[in-house]
Design a protein around this ligand. Structure first.
Ligand code: F6P
Length: 357
């Protein structure tokens, strides 16, 4: 008999259900007896003992279902070791729930912050496996995270739609793409949709370079310009500020986000009208794309194999096209960012895409 716990933590994304299905199907096909406990709303469920026993029915028909059947919540890592409002020691509470249920292991699906807590629980002696989810694709040690490809599809669709209306009206359009502090999603959706200018957090922009690129397009007979702007994009000037100074500046910014600021600056310099579209959480919604379904089925099945082998303390990642047990201690707390001079950026520049640098 194996007793495993499952939880999904942090911002949701497509294919969380597909990944849990992969784990459970991988175990059910290989074990006589299995008990699966699902913790509700991420680490909250583990801290406060809010869970349910799941049956095979729970995992049927969920390969294509977006969101998470367990619910999720954000529980910042930095607050994990701070007692809650009633003085409860959260780490001790999580260990208590784990031991009370006599779990063999806990499979945790989540992004960077979730992974740090997963690693903390590993250090505390629990058997942990982590599955890398996030539309941001910023988890170190895996080639790709699940949710990323599905979000690229949505962001690309948005920019495709904007393209036709931008063309009709000869307008400048900005589409703001999610991705937190990294530019993977913007880079891939921008290239996939033929954006003319792509702004990433990893490549601080110079507004003059942006308006020069718009001008060049105009002179070449193109009436419209599309900018794919990462929500974390930053100007060269702001990139020189300390973290604290930048935070203070952001708190005082009169625009709702960087895209509106860039739009206002372009309007000021060129006199042209600029429209901004922010697809926001749409990018995390809906069904997982086929790529993510396959990825999660493979990661889930590989996690099941690690459980059968009683081999814990890993993120199950995808490395060079193969599933891999990557030690959590080697990756927790590290961020995977776009390299400004990587091949893809060079190739995008070669075909004329401006990065505003
Ligand atoms: O990490 C996933 C993500 O969607 C980021 O791209 C974005 O910055 C953030 O979550 C939004 O967080 P929330 O859902 O808490 O608003």
């Amino acid at each position: 008999m194996k007793r495993i716990g499952l939880l999904t933590s942090g911002g949701d994304c497509q294919a969380l259900n597909a990944a849990m299905r992969g784990v459970v199907k991988g175990l059910s096909a290989n074990l006589e007896e299995l008990e699966v406990y699902g913790f509700h709303n991420g680490y909250k469920g583990l801290i406060y003992g809010d869970y349910r026993l799941l049956t095979s029915k729970d995992f049927s028909g969920i390969l294509t279902k977006g969101g998470t059947i367990l619910g999720s919540s954000r529980q910042p890592f930095k607050l994990m070791q701070v007692p809650d409002e009633n003085g409860l020691d959260k780490v001790a509470a999580m260990k208590h729930t784990y031991h009370k249920l006599n779990l063999d292991c806990l499979v945790i699906l989540g992004g960077n912050g979730t992974q740090k807590t997963a690693n903390l629980l590993r250090e505390e002696g629990l058997n942990i496996l982590h599955l890398p989810k996030t539309i941001d694709n910023d988890i170190y040690g895996t080639d790709v995270t699940f949710g990323f490809q599905s979000a690229i599809d949505i962001a690309t669709d948005v920019i495709d739609c904007i393209h036709t209306t931008a063309d009709s009206h000869n307008r400048i359009f900005i589409v703001e793409v999610m991705g937190h502090k990294v530019g993977w999603l913007t880079l891939y959706a921008g290239v996939a949709s033929g954006a003319d200018i792509i702004l990433l957090p990893e490549i601080p922009y110079d507004i003059k370079k942006i308006t020069d690129a718009i001008d060049r397009r105009k002179k070449a007979g193109n009436g419209f310009t599309i900018l794919a702007v990462a929500e974390g994009a930053i100007s060269k000037e702001d990139a020189k500020l300390s973290k604290k100074e930048y935070k203070e500046k952001l708190a005082k910014r009169k625009y709702p986000s960087v895209s509106y600021e860039v739009a206002a600056e372009i309007e000021k310099i060129t006199g042209a009208e600029v429209r901004v579209t922010v697809p926001g959480h749409m990018q995390r919604g809906g069904s997982p794309c086929p790529y993510d379904r396959v990825l999660c089925t493979r990661l889930g099945a590989a996690a099941a194999k690690a459980i059968i082998d009683n081999d814990y303390g890993y993120m199950i990642g995808m490395v060079d096209g193969k599933t891999k047990r990557v030690p959590l201690k080697d990756v927790a707390g590290k961020l995977k960012m776009v390299e400004p001079d990587c091949q893809m950026i060079k190739e995008a520049k070669r075909i004329g895409i401006s990065f505003g640098d």
